[in-house]
Design a protein around this ligand. Structure first.
Ligand SMILES: [Zn+2]
Length: 445
């Protein structure tokens, strides 16, 4: 994914958390005879995948109301669950989902916490979960305080929401692997007071912003009703587009919108699986790329994907564009893999640290192979994008630390984590009334 392109019979030397060399295995092994070698020469070494949009805190909500339209789903499932989602649930759920993400080759996550629990700064649990697992990431709190918002946290109040933003920024700042963005769940979900206060705060603190933007057509219609113009126009009027904005989805846009987003250096997180599950529409990926925008790939949350399998999102990115344009060449496998690595890093402003296997970058590295699906390698790009499933991901390093070794998670005890999470999911769905309303098969009785 760097300027050298793909190398055959090569190896990556990891030292002190950094990529110390990328070159011929023969030369490297001769020069470094004492260094441990992982891999047998038949696999593919690639940069860790960058998941540019997810909601780890939705860990316990997979499978709930997935066939509902976006706004109904938000009000029926996400809003009631969010009010009862504690910091402990956010932390333990994040660890659970990080296990799933590591197994699909992810080494960096851009997360947005979209709930609002009046009794707890629950968003901080996500940063704690990342720290427990050694995962690299960026955290945000996408609070919403408008009546009828997608993740309605009405009643928290503007100052309480901004306090939690500060607290999340503080905890993120204590971990070298974790960054922070100011979250706006959706523009429509925020009161005008919170939107203005947040935009001013981001300007003062030089905080980048993460939001969902132009995801469904209803969003444009409701925005027109409320402000007399669409959400992109409203974001522009508040200076949000100019605040290092990473926007998730960006489906319902015109050519002039795309020009404006490019002028403002907005980045995009494309979430094909969630877009298809929710029937949201097709992101104009290639038009955004042609205009110069960095477009990364995201799984989106466990409540709207519902999987956290990044490899599935990578494959779906390519397939959705091919079928939409009835053109198999519209988005080649190499470009798709760039989106999942270096373009994702660029979307997060981390392209100088991660996203490619280049000398001096942090060692976020994945080794795939050893399975029937990757038994013969003819083209590594096509076979990662179209043939690879999590069972082919054998080893993963984040910042030089091995987090998956020979298909075994190093820092996470998956069985124990499942045991820890089941009762939390049961109490969440019970307290939120989701069991009683027939949404969940979980039951405490
Ligand atoms: Zn989302």
């Amino acid at each position: 994914m760097g300027p050298s392109g793909a190398l055959r019979d090569a190896a990556v030397h990891i030292k002190d958390g950094e990529i110390a060399a990328v070159e011929s295995y023969e030369r490297l092994s001769a020069a470094l005879p004492q260094v441990q070698v992982v891999g047998d020469g038949t696999g593919i070494v690639l940069p860790g995948l960058v998941n540019t949009h997810t909601h780890l805190s939705e860990a316990f909500l997979a499978g709930l109301g997935s066939d509902l339209p976006l706004f109904t789903w938000g009000q029926e499932i996400i809003t009631p669950a969010g009010r009862h989602l504690t910091r402990e649930m956010a932390r333990e759920g994040s660890v659970l989902k990080v296990a799933e993400l590591i197994r699909s080759g992810v080494t960096c996550i851009n997360d947005m916490f979209v709930h609002g629990n009046p009794d707890s700064y629950a968003s901080l649990g996500v940063a704690e979960g990342l720290a427990l697992t050694g995962m690299r990431g960026v955290v945000s709190f996408g609070a919403e305080d408008a009546v009828g918002g997608l993740c309605d946290t009405e009643g928290l109040g503007v100052s309480r929401i901004l306090d939690e933003q500060e607290a999340l920024f503080e905890i993120a700042s204590s971990n070298a692997l974790v960054g922070f963005r100011y979250g706006i769940g959706t523009l429509l979900g925020q009161s005008d007071e919170l939107l203005a206060a947040g935009a001013a705060l981001c300007h003062d603190r030089d905080w980048g912003i993460h939001t969902h933007l132009a995801e469904v057509n209803e969003e444009l219609l409701e925005a027109r009703e409320r402000w007399g113009h669409r959400t992109i126009d409203h974001a522009e009027s508040l200076g949000i587009l100019s605040s290092r904005l990473l926007a998730a989805h960006v489906i319902w846009v015109t050519e002039s919108d795309i020009e404006l987003l490019a002028e403002r250096s907005v980045s995009v997180a494309h979430n094909p699986v969630a877009n298809m599950i929710l029937g949201s529409g097709v992101c104009p990926v290639t038009q955004l790329q042609a205009a110069g925008l960095a477009v990364g790939i995201g799984t989106d949350g466990a409540a709207s994907n519902d999987s956290q399998n990044m490899l599935e999102a990578v494959k779906a990115t390519s397939l959705l564009q091919k079928v939409h344009h009835t053109n198999p060449a519209i988005l080649p496998a190499q470009k798709t893999l760039e989106m999942a690595t270096i373009d994702g890093a660029r979307a997060l402003g981390l392209e100088h640290e991660i996203g490619s296997l280049e000398l001096g970058k942090r060692a976020d590295v994945v080794l795939a192979g050893g399975t029937a699906e990757l038994a013969t390698i003819h083209d590594p790009y096509q076979q990662i994008v179209y043939c690879t499933s999590p069972r082919s991901i054998s080893d993963v390093w984040i910042d030089g630390h091995q987090v998956l070794r020979a298909c075994e998670l190093v820092a996470i005890d998956e069985d124990k984590q499942i045991d820890r999470c089941r009762p939390l999911a049961e109490s969440l769905t019970r307290d939120a009334g989701l069991q009683q309303r027939g949404w969940s098969w979980l039951s405490t009785t």
